[in-house]
Design a protein around this ligand. Sequence first.
Ligand SMILES: NC(=O)c1ccc[n+]([C@@H]2O[C@H](COP(=O)([O-])OP(=O)(O)OC[C@H]3O[C@@H](n4cnc5c(N)ncnc54)[C@H](O)[C@@H]3O)[C@@H](O)[C@H]2O)c1
Ligand SMILES: [Zn+2]
Length: 708
Amino acid sequence: MTAETPVEHLTEDAARAELARLAHQIAQADAAYHLHDAPEISDAAYDALKRRNAEIEARFPALIRPDSPSARVGAAPAEGFAKVRHERRMLSLENAFEPAEIAEFDARIRRYLGLGDDAPLIYTAEPKIDGLSLSLRYEGGRLVQAATRGDGETGENVTANARTLSDIPARIEGAPDILEVRGEVYMAHADFEALNTRQAEAGQKTFANPRNAAAGSLRQLDPAITASRPLRFFAYGWGALSAPLADTQKGAIDRLEKFGFPVNPWTALCDGPDALLAQYAAIEQRRATLGYDIDGVVYKVDDLALQDRLGFRSTTPRWAIAHKFPAELAWTRLERIEIQVGRTGALSPVARLMPVTVGGVVVSNATLHNEDYIAGRDSRGMAIRDGKDFREGDWVQVYRAGDVIPKLADVDLSKRPPDAAPYAFPAICPECGSDAIREESDSVRRCTGGLICPAQAVERLKHFVSRNAFDIEGLGAKQVEMFYRDEVLPIREPADIFTLEARDRANIPKLKNRDGWGEKSATNLFAAIQARRTIPLHRLIFALGIRHVGEVNADLLARNYLTWQAFEAAMTNATVGGGAEWEQLLSIDGVGQVLASSLVTAFHQPAERASIDRLVAHLSVEPAQPRGQVDSPVAGKTVVFTGTLERMTRAEAKARAEALGAKVAGSVSKKTDLVVAGPGAGSKAKQAADLGIETIDEEAWLQLIGGA
Ligand SMILES: NC(=O)c1ccc[n+]([C@@H]2O[C@H](COP(=O)([O-])OP(=O)(O)OC[C@H]3O[C@@H](n4cnc5c(N)ncnc54)[C@H](O)[C@@H]3O)[C@@H](O)[C@H]2O)c1
Ligand SMILES: [Zn+2]
């Protein structure tokens, strides 16, 4: 995939081709989202595709396709449901993100209606519920039909399903003879969590967020399934009706409430853009405590006569707009700070949050990095966030972009509970009670328990079996946790993995007779372990999990010492700070004091050393290829990665390129030989093009290095 060309640089041919591609991609995303209730891309990525499509269409109106995504709503009804033709179309809403767009919305309406700047113009502002829309047709006060939006013209008949919702009255009194009530079906947070727990226990699929759960639950061919799902409903509008409900939007909603429909309590009347923005801020602050997902605030012209005059565009009303929340930010409560102990003993603080949906994913944890970060300082003691600290009970802003681990971006001091105390970072390990010490040069506090610390031991085992280490099929993080706690057949250190089969022979019950295991999976596991008794040197060094020894350093060490015997002898004979072995270690290009002393210390720590010796006794270690003799098409080349990589992380890509003898640079220059660009590659790909540097995509890269 190549980088996006700025719209003003597109040729007509390129624009036509890109519009075709976007129409296809958007239709695919729409089907996944609306038809299968299982989105394949994030909402932000989807919105970016739509925006790009709109920009190109604006510059090349002649190229607008008959199947243009901007002229469509949702997706056609799914197979299996009877179809319902809507008497009045069910539309989408125009989106806005910036305050300036709201001022423009107001100005546009005034121009359209010929209203002066000072003429009064009232709007309603109400939460935009993140569920799916439903149209309920009442005739003579009886519910006769319920339909989803579908493609706006034709929806799915879900009458029997809708009847199972207790929020939806089967009969209403005092309503016009014909009335289509429209609103949103949604699932509350608590119900969503309970449903996902039940689904997981029953081995059924779980849902990514409450919206998907609501849509997937309403759109069932078997109404009994819908009945078993805790769905709710808010009414916010209407379709066909035989007599008007009121003169105003608010008046009409009040009548729907009188008929017995739940309506959203946070609906307000606002007299212009400033009041709308104030209401937006107020609703955004409440977002996490509402108990259900909202993804913005909807503004509507209150006067229904004016709504009629304003009318509709192809897919949206002119009299309403959805002011969306930024896709990646949300406010919520920091309930607790917990400490996790990692492989190297690092105490990592984690924020436990009141769950909030950010970018389509329910977030309940965020990283807090270290104690300085919690206290509002960086590693040099300089204030960050204006020196504001995080405390349990605080109201915090969560940030999540792409697949990045959620972070806390800010804290609202005006909402700090009066009894909230500064967080006291523990000085002892919560897992094993050993002292947790912070060295001067380090921002991290570490448990000194080493292998006696269960948390460190488990994390080291997980690392040992991980993909770039021993990579033992059937022995993943979950199994490691289980075996670690097992009384009969425990794995407490790597050597235990290689005695597992022999010990199992002596045990009752046998592994194959245990919960979660069978004859086949047990046999396969033993075979997978057997296969790993022969292991390349660099993998073994990496697998030991010594601090600062990542894949790249493990490879470096392997290529220098070549055999386990040589490596082990050098580490054993070296002393930190001096001597021939120490000097030799430091003379390796890429090995510094920190790495060297970490290695030597590990080999001189008696418990560690004994554990390594016990392990190696079971292995046959393959020697490495000498350094500098890397035979690969990218050896000696300077490579730059840019954009999103889909098959590997950036760190992985870098490590693999380096292992193949390439140099990986962060920016494009004349010295660059090759640019690997994924989706979203920006200026770097353009620079490469300007400099005439070869640019390839991830797939081509994998082929080049023989890893596709
Ligand atoms: N991730 C994906 O692949 C993917 C694919 C398609 C759509 N989407 C998401 O869906 C959005 C587009 O869907 P859309 O066309 O339904 O637009 P929308 O959901 O952004 O807005 C229109 C809908 O808002 C709902 N709504 C909720 N509260 C309302 C209220 N108080 N008043 C009026 N309407 C209210 C109605 O159901 C209405 O149909 C995208 O922005 C994206 O976030 C994602
Ligand atoms: Zn510990």
